[in-house]
Design a binder for this molecule. Structure first.
Ligand code: CIR
Length: 265
């Protein structure tokens, strides 16, 4: 049989002109330079494109300050996509446009209304799914995700997260079977079946890294963690993210990346 050609899609969203009113949990509010944030975001999208993605940017919503952080609104698996129920009420209006975009590519399930779950709390490593229990994601949200994923054969477990917004603020997949984590925020023993590399001391935010096409995208400014990853033989590319970091956003937060068969485009 001929191999099926695939396209890698990255869904992104413009930055809301209201980003100054973003949700903040662990950081003190500081001014965000909207023009600089937009330049950095465009450069991020260009990096995704250079690494093989077809970038589909959804329009920003002036009434949704955090809409650029599309990761929190949905989870895309090979078999289905799950539309989340964000823990912050201000963010619930972000999901419908993302659901419309994803419906072209995947069957949709939804997190049930008795729980909350942010995509940033979900780390997918092969068929293992780790869900961080945080101010945004609760047990009922995790149980709803487990029900949606069970028929497709994913195994879900929950873990505690301390001192950061989301699980993926403190843990990322950087290679098959290899996680980058901040051990001050998540317990490494929760990932017993995986090889783990820890961020360098004082470089906690480096733990939110984005693996794409064999390259690890790392926020700029974390040289010691970069060296640790390179010592593991990984190709690392720095991405400037300082403005959106003031809104507690990292590199994974700004895209939903998945493969589609050519016929589904
Ligand atoms: C929020 O608090 O919801 C936004 N200001 C930041 C969301 C970042 N998203 C993510 O880590 N997945």
């Amino acid at each position: 049989m001929a191999p099926v050609a695939t396209t890698r899609v990255a869904i992104t969203r413009g930055i809301s002109p209201a980003i100054a009113d973003c949700e903040l949990t662990h950081l003190t509010r500081t001014p965000i330079d909207l023009d600089a944030a937009r330049r950095q975001h465009a450069a991020y999208e260009a990096t995704l494109a250079a690494l093989g993605c077809r970038v589909e940017r959804l329009e920003a919503d002036p009434a949704a300050p955090d809409c650029v952080f599309v990761e929190d609104t949905a989870l895309v698996f090979e078999e289905l996509a799950v539309i989340t129920r964000p823990g912050a009420v201000s963010r619930r209006r972000e999901t419908p446009p993302v659901a419309t975009a994803l419906a072209r590519y995947r069957r949709l399930e939804h997190i049930a209304a008795d729980g909350t779950l942010d995509g940033g709390d979900v780390l997918v490593a092969g068929r293992r799914v780790f869900v961080g229990l945080t101010a945004r994601t609760d047990e009922a949200g995790a149980a709803s995700l487990a029900r949606a994923l069970d028929p497709a054969g994913y195994t879900l477990s929950t873990l505690a997260v301390d001192g950061v917004l989301h699980l993926k603020s403190a843990a990322s997949v950087v290679a098959p079977g290899l996680l980058l984590i901040d051990p001050e925020c998540v317990d490494p023993t929760a990932f017993a079946d995986f090889d783990v590399v820890t961020v360098a001391p004082g470089e906690g935010p480096a733990a939110n890294a984005l693996r794409l096409a064999g390259t690890v995208l790392l926020s700029a400014g974390f040289p010691a963690t970069r060296r640790k990853l390179e010592e593991r033989g990984l190709a690392v590319r720095s991405v400037e993210n300082a403005e959106l970091a003031k809104a507690e956003g990292g590199l994974t937060c700004c895209s939903l990346i998945f493969d589609v068969a050519e016929s589904a485009r």
